[in-house]
Design a protein around this ligand. Structure first.
Ligand SMILES: NC(=O)c1ccc[n+]([C@@H]2O[C@H](COP(=O)([O-])OP(=O)(O)OC[C@H]3O[C@@H](n4cnc5c(N)ncnc54)[C@H](OP(=O)(O)O)[C@@H]3O)[C@@H](O)[C@H]2O)c1
Length: 295
């Protein structure tokens, strides 16, 4: 099987390259080599590579910047996936596209989770662009998998775990204010990459939720991480609306992996199990990097 992977320099793409690259031929051009907003380049590459699968981990993911950069968010998050989907129709291959919990408004009463067929009512420009990307993929790709996930962390790129280490150890601070009224499932990008591999191997079709099992708040995750790493940081709980950010965020980001479970495809595990595994493997290095002030 030959896989054309976009976004391999990012958080999820990096792990997909590793997990899928161990089993299949993975061609992973960087943004300079293949900019997904450029139709001609997309088509030329697809013709040359003749992939069985196009896996799109590329996106404009800075949720606050999306509120201001309307042109860019439309190009990268909507027109890019549409190009890939139309290309897949032309070259007869499958598209695997990654979407987000931010397609929902998060107003469901807690702790009720969102299901794959719940109506999408995004609160932010980023969420709207991910919703539109889903529509573009569904309308244009004859064979597709859409994987909705959320709150990713991993060894590559920016994430919440590195951010709290940098804000404390990196700045020699002993206290941290953290949101305590937003609920989601911290999901390890490596686990999600394994789930994507399973979906591809089982020739799945349609839209799937794929997040870790269980849920917590950013406050609870921070507590868990600092305790696991034996770091003495005191936390102050704050509300989502106290934390000044440009984009509105949903309060309830809990997704149920209903279809994965129904079809016997679920490889996702409890969030604590994966945070433990991740920190056992990378925790010491992350602490060292944060202390050195490395982002
Ligand atoms: N991170 C999360 O918590 C989260 C949650 C839910 C869903 N998701 C979704 O998961 C997917 C992966 O997210 P991520 O966090 O791994 O993203 P990321 O770390 O920000 O990486 C984004 C990747 O996209 C590439 N890219 C951006 N614009 C491009 C373009 N025009 N053409 C080709 N490549 C381009 C970037 O390349 P450069 O390095 O060259 O810029 C980078 O490799 C996205 O669809 C995102 O919406 C993420």
């Amino acid at each position: 099987m030959r896989i054309l992977l976009l976004g391999s320099s990012g958080l999820l793409g990096h792990d997909c390259k590793e997990v899928l690259g161990n089993a299949y031929e993975v061609i992973a051009p960087n943004r300079e080599e293949l900019d997904i907003i450029n139709w001609d380049v997309v088509i030329e590459k697809m013709q040359k590579v003749s992939p069985d699968i196009v896996l799109n981990c590329a996106a404009f993911t800075d949720v606050d910047a999306c509120e201001k950069e309307h042109f860019k968010v439309r190009k990268v998050n909507l027109e890019g996936p549409r190009n890939l989907a139309q290309g897949s129709a032309r070259f007869n291959c499958k598209v695997v596209h990654i979407s987000s919990d931010y397609v929902f408004d998060g107003k469901k009463s807690l702790p009720q989770p969102y299901f794959e067929d719940d109506s999408m009512e995004p609160l932010s420009a980023y969420g709207r662009s991910k919703y539109e990307s889903e529509v573009a993929v569904k309308e244009n790709a004859p064979d597709y998998i859409i994987v909705r996930s959320g709150w990713l962390y991993g060894i590559k790129g920016k994430d919440f775990i590195k951010s709290i280490l940098n804000k404390t150890l990196g700045k020699k601070r002993k206290t941290l204010r953290v949101v305590a009224d937003q609920y989601a499932s911290p999901t390890w990008s490596y686990r999600l990459a394994t789930q994507i591999k399973e979906l591809i191997e089982r020739d799945a079709k349609g839209t799937y939720h794929a997040t870790a099992e269980g849920y917590c708040t950013p406050y609870e995750l921070s507590q868990y991480v600092f305790k696991k790493l034996n770091l003495n940081i005191s936390l102050e709980p704050i509300g989502l609306t106290d934390y000044k950010q440009l984009a509105k965020r949903p309060h309830n980001c809990i997704l149920e992996n209903r279809l994965l479970k129904k079809q016997g495809l679920n490889v996702m595990v409890d969030w604590k199990e994966d945070v433990d595994a991740f920190l056992d493997e990378f925790g010491k290095d992350l602490v060292k990097e944060a202390r050195r002030g490395k982002k």
